[in-house]
Design a protein around this ligand. Sequence first.
Ligand code: SAM
Length: 257
Amino acid sequence: MSTDYALTNAWERAQRRLKGLEAAYDPTTRRRLSALGLAPGWACLEAGAGGGSIARWLGEQVGPSGRVSAVDLDVSGLRDLPANVEVRQADVRVDPLPEGAFDVVHARLLLNHLPERDEVLGRLVAALRPGGWLLLEEGDMFSSGVIDEDPDHARAMRTCRDLLATAADVDYGRKLPRLAVSRGLTEIGVECEVPFAEGGSLGTEWLALTFDQLAERAGGDILDPETVWRWKEKLARPGSWFASLGVVAVRGRRPVV
Ligand SMILES: C[S@@+](CC[C@H](N)C(=O)[O-])C[C@H]1O[C@@H](n2cnc3c(N)ncnc32)[C@H](O)[C@@H]1O
């Protein structure tokens, strides 16, 4: 089984990269989770919990009578979490997950990286109690290099897409509605977003760090250095806005039989 997760948390700047990702996507994720009716006492699974911001927020929302299981291959970012958040180092592809146990199961930017994504989706659905909600938010790079007004940003985003395509399904998000239907989920809802981040923010720093990590993985200069230098200089400038990675969000409920 491949363990080659392209954007590994073992990279020396990975924790900063995860903070940027959270800054870009947490506001919409929190809104989507709240819309499911998240309440004190709920049991939650945060799969591929990364830097831990959503696990922390879920812990605060469900309170002392609820619980959160935060699972990741690499738990180095899962620190200083509320007492009701249990951190578990596990591989969602092979390690056992409790079945029928959770009111909500959430994964963001996880399955698109895993060749075994279909089996893992089945395991996440099985982890839901009857009536529980699955919320998946997965990357789809349909807009990368297309929606961008700035030509350097467009080139950099196209390069990221090409590099990531060697290790992940960069068109995965659009498949989620069909997959949710095929897994028997009900009350399905679908959204698609392309967040824009302002220059000089954590959100644009995330784009630059993602580029750097992919470039290092590919072994060097993947775009001419002058373009990269100019692009990063623009990304650091407040007052300009840059399209980030597109995400498709699908929610669905395990039927009560
Ligand atoms: C792109 S990051 C997203 C982190 C977090 N979900 C977020 O959106 O802020 C993907 C995360 O999935 C974790 N991951 C990758 N493969 C995994 C696996 N097989 N089992 C568990 N976690 C995994 C990585 O370690 C990383 O923390």
